[in-house]
Design a protein around this ligand. Sequence first.
Ligand code: WT7
Length: 703
Amino acid sequence: MAKKKTSKSTKSKKLSEAQIAVHWKEEDIVHPSPQFVAQANMTDPGIYDRFSLDNFPECFKEYADLLDWYEYWHTMLDTSDAPCWKWFVGGKINASYNCVDRHLPKYKNKAAIHFVPEPEEEPPAAISYQELYVRVNEFAALLRDFAGLKKGDRVTLHMPMTPELPVTMLACARLGVIHSEVFGGFSGQACADRIVDSGSNVLITMDGYYRGGNMIDHKVNADIAFEHAKKQGQKVDKVLIWQRYTGQYQSESKPVKGRDYIVNDVLKDYVGQRIDPVKLPAEDPLFLMYTSGTTGKPKGCQHSIGGYLAYVAGTSKYIQDIHPEDVYWCMADIGWITGHSYIVYGPLALAASSVIYEGVPVYPDPGRPWRIAERLDVNIFHTAPTTVRMLRKAGPDEPKKYNYHFKHMTTVGEPIEPEVWRWYHKEVGKGEAIIVDTWWQTETGGFLCSTMPALQPMKPGSTGPALPGIHPVIFDEDRNELGAGAGKAGNICIRNPWPGAFQTIWGDRERYVDTYYAKYCKDPKSKDWRDWPYLTGDGALLAEDGYYRILGRIDDVINVAGHRLGTKELESSALTVGDIAEAAVVPVVDELKGRVPDIYVSLKPGVKDGKAVQAKVVKAIESEIGKIARPKNVYVVPDMPKTRSGKIMRRVLAAISNTLDIGDVMTLANPDIVEEIRVLVQGKEKVAIKKGPEDIERFGDEG
Ligand code: WT7
């Protein structure tokens, strides 16, 4: 637990160099209000002792006991296949049962989901636990008997933010079918890659949905996904299409006979059916969630049923402070891990009412989220810094106009700037709500660091101490530990396994071991978890008071609006444009999204029309990955700055894009090109050099 220390004493200390380098001044701490503490789920500081390393791994029984088990496990943690950890071995469980059926005796008449359509004239729709039970059962019957899906099969979902998405996930979970939801904003091609990698024969999609005031034709992406998957040798047999409005088909693309089926038509045959939840081994996979890495294709993070569900239930209860009577709104997309863990599985495991908003936060105006909060009487709110920045910019005084009251708010996905934190606290939280800054990853299933809301004070811009049962360590390159107050940043790792951690990368154990464990593993043959610290890939430093400050990714991954995009993926989609010889992607600071990609391209000999190429690059990226990856700028350069061995110096390009100090370039093979590119990007006049955020200053560094 964080040692009590006033910020004054830390403030008066001379800043170390590393602290200056990360522009970190200690912020004043903010205490949770007594009203919050009075109602919180966890007010016992003893929890940190109960979850100490001495009590590991047995401590996690406390989380597992939040769930209903068909059979209790015999082995808490099995390390025999290190570092593929198995939790609750011998246990039998079903996630759909835990999120739906078991709540019926007490809560069948309570809203499980509040669906808020984007068009404001369409009223919110509440789906009770009983209604969710019916829909999940009927769709599970369809999946089993019409689509022929069974335990262990993978199915790809490419669905927007409507209740049909959790219904589909829970129906899969009921059968032991492994779902792999692809963010609805991703392109058909990105969806195809995930269909191929997971080996899905069934694709579940929706005809259309609202975004920014328009009905988006989404089914067209299924056609693209089908074709691209087929080209890569993966045949999709059935495409199941939900309808945004039952009976009214929204897409230009007509269903293909013998392949495409309108779910609402087929469902008529399954009305009233009930499917017994399959009693599954705790360590069976529940779902795959793809995420970007440094090289190559996206990684399918495989999450387990028992460990994952126990971890998201426990952290939803204590860190999100969800009680059954709360109205909880996480404004993430279910297509990301945040939505899986903290819109669907965590809250529903606790019988909460979870809000699903279909559209854009600022549609039709920046007062929209606060009107939703007022109307549904939301009291727990969860979003990302990028959205907070957007709402603050578009409507700084909007929250005041509405009569809602949050007790609790979350920020997630990237570091939040202290000024933005303070606006969130004062204006959105009306000075009443506590804030948790939750640091975690797709791979980790649930939160790793955050303040315990009723126990610990908040420090704007810092995630806080580690969660109970999570034991981080910061290593430098030589495996020296950088302790509290070291004043230096290093690679933050987690010493111990925890139940929410992913089990492996789907179909690529070697990559799993290499990426996350090889760097600091003491002995690759060891079966002892102590020898296998988990490498998060983030840089961080630990303050004297035990609060972690996360600096961002240390690999070539760009965090756009709180989500990881691989630079290599972006570069290879730019290279699909035939006129391009080379492409290099670098992150550039963006006021709203945090970081966005800038792309530098050089053309093949003889290609003249740079403007046309720029447009083609943008199009290629949008269609291969999705609009989220759209570059801020595409610069056509005569050549790339290169080392003598021919490596593109991305560090130099990042410095130019962000007007940072370019440093010494005389060792390059072509030093003159640097000034030429600088003029192209910044103009002839020299502009004042800034000091950039740590992740940008460091971007492209070797070693
Ligand atoms: C990366 C993970 C966590 C679910 C959504 C994103 C960054 C995440 C924080 C935070 C500073 C954060 C890290 C991490 N990150 N939360 N509270 N403070 N940085 O999941 O796409 O897997 O990205 O997001 O760099 O490694 P993801």
